[in-house]
Every structure is written in C-alpha cells, then in structure tokens.
Unconditional design. Structure first.
Length: 156
C-alpha cells in the first residue's frame, strides 16, 4: 500500500502550512486520506474497485471480472450488490473468493446465471466491505438491455 508523508509546520509568519499529496490513477482521485499524528500527515491510498466488461451482457454464463487495488494486504472482502431489491453478499459466487495479496490487490471472476434476472438491466453498484461491514470501495457497472428476439420470417 502506498503511503505518503508530508510534514506540517508553521512558516516564518507563524501560519501553519500543510502540504497534501493529490494522487490520480487512471483519472481517479485517490487522496488525500489519513490522519495527523505527531506533526506528520499520513496519506493513504483509497481502494479502487472495478467491474468489467461494461455493459455486462444479459446472457446466462456471461463472465464478469471483479478486481481491486489499494486494500489491506491479505484481507478477505465481502462484495455486496442489490439483487431483487435485497442487498446480497456475492463473495462466494465469485472465483476465487476475493482475498487480497501482499500488495492489497485481487481479481475474481463471476459467471452469471439467474442473477441477471434479479439484477435487471441498467445501472448498478458493487460495494466492497471488510469483515466489520465497513464500506471500502464502490464500483458502478451496467447490465445491458436484453436483445430483442428477431421475429421469424413467414410467421404472422
């Protein structure tokens, strides 16, 4: 996990000055976050969660990649999404179960079945949580509109 430290202190006029690091990764704002301890400002990278492809096809068996970086090392994550109007944890439906590596990153695959009907077409949000249920990151994604079946020729 990347942590940057910047010293806070008073300038020659006695005005307190703090320098913050602003981190952009792929156009995503990741900082500052942290605390001030002993005059130091600790800035911690915010976790980033991603769902691909988008839009996700509505076909049964569609493969969805769920990946993230910036989490705590060796952390099992819960993955929550609203399905059928109910918030559900889908961590055990993905392979492998989302467990971060030494650098705080993970990648899992979700093969969709009946979930596409429960999710329905449109915008959705997947949320990564820790063991306490604290929200760590969100990832928006879209389920595609089902393809309209072509009318068979010759039938009325």
């Amino acid at each position: 996990m990347d942590v940057s430290r910047k010293k806070a202190g008073a300038n020659s006029a006695g005005i307190w000055v703090m320098t913050f690091l602003i981190v952009l990764v792929g156009g995503v704002y990741l900082g500052p976050i942290g605390d001030v301890s002993g005059g130091w400002i600790y800035i911690k990278e915010m976790p980033v969660l991603r769902v691909e492809p988008t839009p996700i096809p509505t076909t049964k068996g569609a493969k969805v990649t769920i990946a993230g970086v910036g989490f705590e090392p060796k952390q099992e994550l819960g993955l929550r999404i609203k399905m059928g109007g109910v918030m559900s944890d889908v961590r055990y439906q993905v392979k492998p179960v989302p467990m971060t590596n030494e650098e705080g990153a993970f990648a899992s695959e979700w093969v969709l079945g009946a979930e596409t009907k429960l999710l329905g077409p449109g915008a959705h949000t997947l949320t990564a949580v820790n063991d306490n249920g604290d929200v760590l990151a969100h990832a928006p994604f879209v389920i595609a509109q089902p393809e309209k079946k072509k009318a068979e020729k010759g039938k009325k």
